[in-house]
Design a protein around this ligand. Structure first.
Ligand code: HEM
Length: 468
């Protein structure tokens, strides 16, 4: 691609061709970079950043070009300027095949419509109402942890995030038995999707117990939501939860209410988009607080100052700036996203390059947030790093919730969950890491701790030991 350097009439025009986009070394026929990705996907993607320039080509699917965009300016261009003209790419398409079409999987005008339909469920006044549920679920979880015993923090945070989401969506619409069944089914679906979006399609068709379990759980979620939708429509009752709100939403294309199938597709993908992500960030926050007692002490002092003895409420969240910094710094250092994809539909200009239709574009938030050129001493957890716009780094390089038309619709919901849950947990218990314990990240559906075991200590009675 050639680019005029100057458009002044009297100066000669110099034509400069951009350098060709390099291909990452080590691609094999038929396999592409599958071996490196299976061995250490995070390490592989991080190494691209140190070895290559603003864009590098890798092979995820033989026969398809995937360009990993590494320059923060070009990532912004891809998400914002080019956002409306791009498809969402392979990972999201796969999710659509598994769970049905939803705001997460849609592109173009369909996406705009779906997003508008869902937006009221994430409005500020709604989230205000959800805080009590989020705090209540956190209290119930902490009550269950045995003081003096090891807690599988990751598993506990997945359970808590799923409960917080499921209660806000369904609290008033399902009886206790149906709710428990639905929560268990959602958990199976959530665990199954992560692996399935990465694997070739034929793996899902194998008659394996895991595949049968997944299909059964997904169909059961659909059936439960269908029944709830029929019941609520018949009663005309507004239960005040998210399901009730979706029921009153109109499909802009048909002018009719959303069908049970449409509602369950949205809810299934919300459970996937909003559970593992929040659970991973919560786990990493608790890990960093345990590793940094001075940071934890400041968080506790702020909570004492603002709350005194009372539990955290929605209006308090804006008055906890230090806790917010801790959460932001966790979102920087331990971002949960390892590959977000898009796909060109037509020939597309990306910076100086022209990219053919059908090219997959991808970027990695985890690697971006650890680039030493953007975040000095990137592996240091430092809630006080706020050089630009009160954010932990250059504003174009800190993308915790993405950017552009697909920016996380649940960002406010997620921050509310994170602040509420951490504020509630740290005042009740101190979670202690075993001496010398190293916790490694693993990139599955999200970048999460491979395992994270911590001992529970009672904050109010530090001498308390495990019963029995
Ligand atoms: C800390 C937790 C979370 C993080 C880090 C996170 C991050 C993100 C990011 C980076 C995107 C953009 C993906 C892209 O560019 O394609 C996204 C999209 C999305 N997220 Fe979140 N998310 C979180 C929690 C949630 C929650 C709690 C919900 C819902 C309850 C949610 C629902 C969604 C949806 C529906 C989309 C798709 C939006 C669209 O395409 O219009 N997320 N999220």
């Amino acid at each position: 691609m050639e680019r005029p350097r100057s458009n002044r009439r009297d100066t000669p025009v110099t034509l400069v061709a951009p350098p060709p986009i390099p291909r990452a070394a080590g691609s094999l026929p038929f396999l592409g970079h599958a071996i490196q990705l299976m061995r250490d996907n995070l390490g592989f993607i991080a190494a691209l950043r140190t070895s290559y320039g603003p864009v590098v080509e890798i092979t995820l699917q033989p026969g398809t070009r995937t360009l990993v965009v590494q320059d923060p300016g070009l990532i912004r261009t891809m998400l914002t300027d080019l956002g409306p003209s791009l498809d969402k790419g392979r990972f999201f398409e796969k999710m659509g095949q598994l769970l049905g079409d939803s705001v997460v999987t849609a592109a173009g005008q369909t996406h705009v419509r779906k997003r508008r339909q869902l937006q009221p469920a994430f409005a500020r006044e709604r989230i205000d109402r959800y805080v009590d549920t989020m705090r209540g679920e956190t209290e119930v979880a902490v009550d269950d942890w045995a003081v003096g015993r090891a807690l599988d923090v990751r598993e506990a945070m997945v359970g808590l995030s799923l409960n917080m989401l499921a209660k806000t969506v369904f609290s008033g619409s399902l009886d206790e038995t149906a709710f428990r069944r639905l929560r268990a089914d959602l958990s199976v679906v959530m665990n199954g999707v992560g692996a399935r979006v990465m694997l070739p399609d034929w793996v899902e068709r194998l008659p394996l117990p895991a595949n049968r379990r997944f299909t059964r759980a997904r169909d059961a979620v659909r059936a439960t939501i269908d029944r709830a939708v029929t019941g609520l429509r018949a009663s005309g009752h507004d239960t005040g939860d998210m399901l009730s709100l979706l029921l009153r939403t109109t499909d802009e294309e048909t002018g009719r209410p959303l069908t049970g199938h449409q509602i369950s597709s949205e809810i299934l993908t919300l459970a996937v988009a909003g559970t593992e992500t929040t659970a991973s960030v919560l786990s990493w926050t608790l890990y960093e607080l345990a590793r940094n007692p001075d940071v934890e002490a400041k968080v506790l002092a702020e909570l004492d100052d603002v709350l005194g003895g009372r539990p955290v409420a929605f209006d308090d969240l804006g008055r906890l700036p230090y806790l917010r910094r801790v959460v932001d710094e966790t979102l920087r250092l331990h971002h949960t996203g390892w590959l977000v994809t898009r796909r060109t539909v037509t020939e597309t200009r990306l910076g100086p390059w022209t990219v053919p239709a059908g090219t997959e574009l991808a970027y990695c938030q985890h690697a971006l947030h650890r680039d030493p050129a953007l975040f000095p001493d990137p592996l240091r957890f430092d809630p006080d790093r706020r050089p630009a716009g009160d954010r932990p780094g250059p504003s174009h390089a800190f993308l915790p919730f993405g950017a552009g038309k697909h920016k996380c619709i649940g960002d406010r919901f997620a921050l509310t969950e994170l602040l509420t849950a951490v504020a509630t947990i740290v005042r009740r218990v101190r979670l202690e890491l075993a001496p010398g314990q190293t916790v490694r990240p693993v990139a599955a559906a999200t970048v999460r701790p491979r395992t994270l075991s911590m001992t529970v200590r009672d904050r109010r009675n530090p001498a308390a030991h495990a019963a029995g």
